[in-house]
Write a protein that binds this ligand. Structure first.
Ligand code: C5P
Length: 211
């Protein structure tokens, strides 16, 4: 058995994480949420009060360890933004490229991110690219966090999430290095009208058929 690599790319809030985790479980492959690497570096930048291009932030990225990205305070709006900022720095991307390739070296893996199929693993065995309209992504995000938010302002909260998603899409798609876009050979799945389970079935069937 060779080490299978499955790339799952797409914009924020499209359900890559949920899908990638299930695919990894299904095929017994290691799973890496590559957004967490950028988040860990963004967190470091905030904590150190540094800029995205500072030397110490780069040094941190070059020596990134699992414990840095497996902490639980990385999914907050402040860090969303910081992650996108450090992600636009080519040197930081180069440092994290190594971390990502090393991760899959021994046993392959399912990796979710923005540029797995285009830059990190251009010859991945399978490449999927998920899309969904910003509104639907915002609604899904809201549902994820609904318990901790006050339901009275539901509309406003979803609007705010949608605006933030669009800003981040814009930053991620317009940057010069590794912009967010599907690889030419990626299978694009529009998830607007699909449940998480239906998306999983599509992906599992594709992978099974070719193995
Ligand atoms: O996926 P997640 O929302 O956690 O990613 C946070 C940010 O990290 C993204 O907005 C993007 O700027 C950056 N990122 C990236 N390349 C990846 C994964 C994440 O540029 N492979």
């Amino acid at each position: 058995d060779k080490n299978i690599i499955i790339a799952i790319d797409g914009p924020s809030g499209v359900g890559k994480g949920t899908l990638a985790k299930s695919v990894a479980d299904y095929f017994h492959l290691p799973y890496l949420d590559t957004g967490l690497l950028y988040r860990a570096v963004g967190r470091k930048m905030l904590d150190a009060g540094e800029k995205p291009d500072s030397k110490s932030v780069l040094a941190f990225a070059e020596n990134l360890q699992e414990k840095d990205w497996l902490r639980n305070d990385l999914r907050i709006p402040e860090v969303d933004k910081a992650a996108s900022q450090v992600a636009a720095n080519p040197k930081i991307r180069a440092a994290l490229l190594n971390v990502q390739r090393n991760f899959a070296m021994l046993r392959g893996g399912v990796m979710d991110g923005r540029d797995i199929g285009t830059v990190i693993f251009p010859s991945a065995d399978f490449k999927f690219y998920l899309t969904a309209s910003p509104r639907i992504r915002a609604e899904r995000r809201w549902l994820q966090f609904a318990n901790s938010l006050k339901a009275e302002n539901k509309e406003q909260q979803i609007n705010k999430i949608e605006m933030d998603l669009k800003t981040r899409d814009e930053m991620d798609s317009s940057r010069e290095v590794a912009p967010l876009k599907p690889a030419e050979d990626a299978i694009v799945i529009d998830t607007d009208h699909l449940t998480a389970l239906e998306v999983l079935e599509k992906v599992v069937n594709k992978v099974k058929r070719h193995n």
